[in-house]
Design a protein around this ligand. Sequence first.
Ligand code: SF4
Ligand code: SF4
Length: 355
Amino acid sequence: MVIIADSSLRQEILELEFDALGVASANPSKTWPAYMQAIANPVPPQLEYLRRNASCRSGFDDIMPGTQSILCCAIELPLFRDDTPCHYARFCAIGDYHQVIREQLSKLDIILRKHFPIKNSRICVDTAPVLERELAVRAGLGTIGFNRMVIHPHFGSFIALGELFIDHDLTIWRNDIEINVCHDIPDSAYVPGSCGCCFESERRCIAACPTGALSQAGYDFNRCIAYWTTQHKGMIPAPIDRAIGNCLWGCDRCQNACPRNTHKQPIRKMPDAHPLHKLTLSEILTLSARQLRKRLSGSCIADAHPYMLQRNACIVIANTHDLAHASLLGNIAETHDCDWVRETAKKMAARMEHP
Ligand code: SF4
Ligand code: SF4
């Protein structure tokens, strides 16, 4: 069945708030062998999910049988407002991006179903084992940077991605419906480092990485601050804890340093009622886990364990030699319910005295 894309379809898609949208074919993955190699070594329990469904990532039958196309979208991440008291990674600045993107993709699904004979569809925003960076490249949204992020030609790497799997081949529509369809992506675009801006000897993302997680040899999550602060439940070892600096959640240094991200202010603004906007270090460290969960609701940290944020806050206080909050460390070291938060507070209190 062939339906000519009409102007109303075009208009409806344009009215959705995607910053980039493309269609990827449902061909088998090109990067799956490299992925399998990357997870061949043991991983910590928090990353076990990467291995659990590894075979699903080679194709799409386990995600949605009959998948013929994958609509891949990107939305640009805003900057945090200057008066936000703590430092978080940019992906936190849009509220819960999973929710934001899911809502947009649901609308897209409804629109497409009106115009095409789609029977089955599935939305994925970090919720299914797919190699989403490869899909984004395949859909023409960018290339893979040496920092392992998808780099969009206009928005750079500060984007959040989502996918809509459908059982209808949309790749034939090329650019008729304001959806990017690329048929000629070179294999080199899937290889980390195809960003091509920095000379090999002076990759700025490597120079900016404070722990050596990024090096000419590749990426090592065991040294990555983003992994330790947002995934790991337990104490964070030295010297990673010192390298965290003032980052409460995530890191971003390798993205901030990238010349592909320095060209402009983002168009999107942080929502006025953002849960992290007014949240202070004192509140993070004095609220109960239940209260903190409530305050984090609507942010993309909402599902993480609040103890991780409290542990990170203790480290930030010591790293920034924050005397105004130093007294909180003693209290946490004595009374906190969680042993690794207590131990972190104890270690950081000692560090405040003997930096
Ligand atoms: S997120 Fe931070 S620690 Fe991880 S690779 Fe980038 S700069 Fe290095
Ligand atoms: S800093 Fe340079 S090498 Fe690193 S991702 Fe950006 S353009 Fe690529």
